[in-house]
Every structure is written in C-alpha cells, then in structure tokens.
Design a protein around this ligand. Structure first.
Ligand code: ATP
Length: 232
C-alpha cells in the first residue's frame, strides 16, 4: 500500500522540552485515521511537522515522498487548531481567497455545505459564534480536492446535531483515494468513521492499528480503551 505520510526517527523538542521522542510512522493512502492522545501528548506537534510549520530536530517527515514544502502544501488541506483567517472577512471573501490560493478548491461544494448549515456568506467571521466559525473553516478545508486532509480538533465547539451533519458530510465528500487525519478528543464521535487509530502518549506512539481489529482484540470500543489506557 502506498504511504501518504512517513515519519522516520523523528524527534522534536521545544527548548529542552522533548515533545516527540522517536516517531516512526507510516500512514497509508486512502484511510481515515484518528490521531488520539491526552493533552500535551504531541498531536499538534506531529501535525505541524507534516505541514512544515515546524521542522524536526532529528529524522525526517515525508508527504507522498517529499519533504514539507510549497509543493507538499498543494496536496495537503489543513485545518489548524487555531484560525489563521482574519476575523473581519466575510465568508464570501474567504471563499474568494481560497479560490485564488488553492487550484483544487471546489466553490460549489463549499456553497452547498454552507447552505445546508444555513450559514450566511455575507456574515463576517467576527460576528459568528465559535461553533459557526468552526463549521465555516471545516467546510472550506473539506472543499479542496486534496490528497490528504489534516484536521486538528475539528468539531470541539460544534453542537452535537451539527457534528453528525459534519461527519456525514466529510464522509460523503471524501474521495476514496484521499487520506483524512483527525486529531480529536471526541473519540466516541469519530471512532465509527475511522479505519485506523494512532494512540500517542508523552511523545511516543503507543498503538497504531485498524479500528475493527483493535476493538475485536481488546473486546472494547476505542473510546473505552483510551479511557482505560490514559486514566488520570
Ligand atoms: N510552542 C511551544 N513551546 C514550548 N513547548 C511547547 C510548545 N508547543 C507545544 N509544547 C509542548 O509540547 C508538548 C506537546 O504539545 P502538543 O501541542 O503537540 O500536544 P497535543 O497532543 O496537541 O495537546 P492538546 O490535546 O492539549 O492539544 C507539550 O508538553 C507542550 O507543552
């Protein structure tokens, strides 16, 4: 199976704080992967390395065989933990921005999803609730036809009904050849859409495998396993 993301002996520290210890990882193409771990375990650090926002102290990260770069950004659609969009922008301005910036942006798809969620494209992000802002950003990110979508905590502020719609929409719009990497704490919400999960703890990968196999082997849900593994 072709890999879309590879980590080879990756270490990453912030000053003398070691965030990732020695990560070796292969994420195959065409999978929906949950990246799960307690607060501070290294999820966002991994994601920022994939996006080239950070560079490893040791080892290498490859996206479809190339290092994070301008080229790799063309095939990665990334939803960051915190927004990089300007608050004063209207949704329709952001759509224009995405159209200019990303050749693979599908405006029709974005508008259809915005309409389904009754989001007014004349509204500015500034005046929107946190959850609505999250929905807009997720819609934009999912409206690119990328090889890999990386979502860092995508639905935390979204109400449960909209969450179901969003997860359903992700699945319907999701192209089988694309890969989706989702870092989240909402495990029970996403475990049924994930093919694989990765558990990370204190900068180490402690488990990686197929959801069905793990559930069968351990005799419990991924959510229950996580709670047990990382009990405080
Ligand atoms: N800019 C930074 N400077 C110093 N330390 C940092 C920085 N960013 C992250 N860290 C540390 O690196 C470790 C990993 O953080 P990271 O943000 O990757 O965790 P996470 O799994 O995404 O956490 P959360 O679930 O809370 O978002 C933590 O110990 C954190 O304190």
């Amino acid at each position: 199976m072709e890999n879309i993301v590879t980590f080879n002996n990756v270490r990453k520290s912030y000053g003398n704080k070691e965030a990732l210890k020695n990560i070796n990882l292969e994420i195959p193409k065409g999978r929906i992967v949950g990246l799960l771990g307690p607060n501070g375990s290294g999820k966002s650090t991994m994601i920022k390395l994939i996006n080239g926002l950070l560079t490893p102290n040791e080892g290498e990260v490859l996206i479809k065989g190339i290092k994070p770069s301008k080229e790799s950004k063309k095939i990665v659609s990334y939803l960051p933990e915190r927004t990089y969009l300007n608050d004063w922008m209207k949704v329709k301005d952001i759509i224009e921005f995405f159209k200019d910036f990303y050749a693979d942006f599908d405006e029709e798809r974005a508008n259809a999803m915005l309409k389904d969620l009754s989001i007014d494209t004349n509204e500015k992000l500034k005046t929107m609730s946190k959850g609505t802002k999250e929905k807009v950003q997720l819609i934009l990110v999912m409206s690119r036809k990328a090889d890999i979508y990386i979502l860092d905590e995508p639905i935390g502020g979204v109400d449960p009904a909209a969450r179901s719609y969003i997860l359903k929409t992700i699945l319907t719009n999701y192209n089988e050849n694309s890969t989706l990497l989702i870092a989240t704490h909402l495990i029970s919400e996403i475990e049924n859409i994930c093919d694989d999960v990765i558990f990370i703890s204190k900068g180490n990968i402690v488990l990686q495998g197929q959801v069905d196999e793990i559930r069968e082997e351990k005799g419990k849900s991924i959510d229950a396993l996580f709670r047990e593994e990382f009990k405080c």
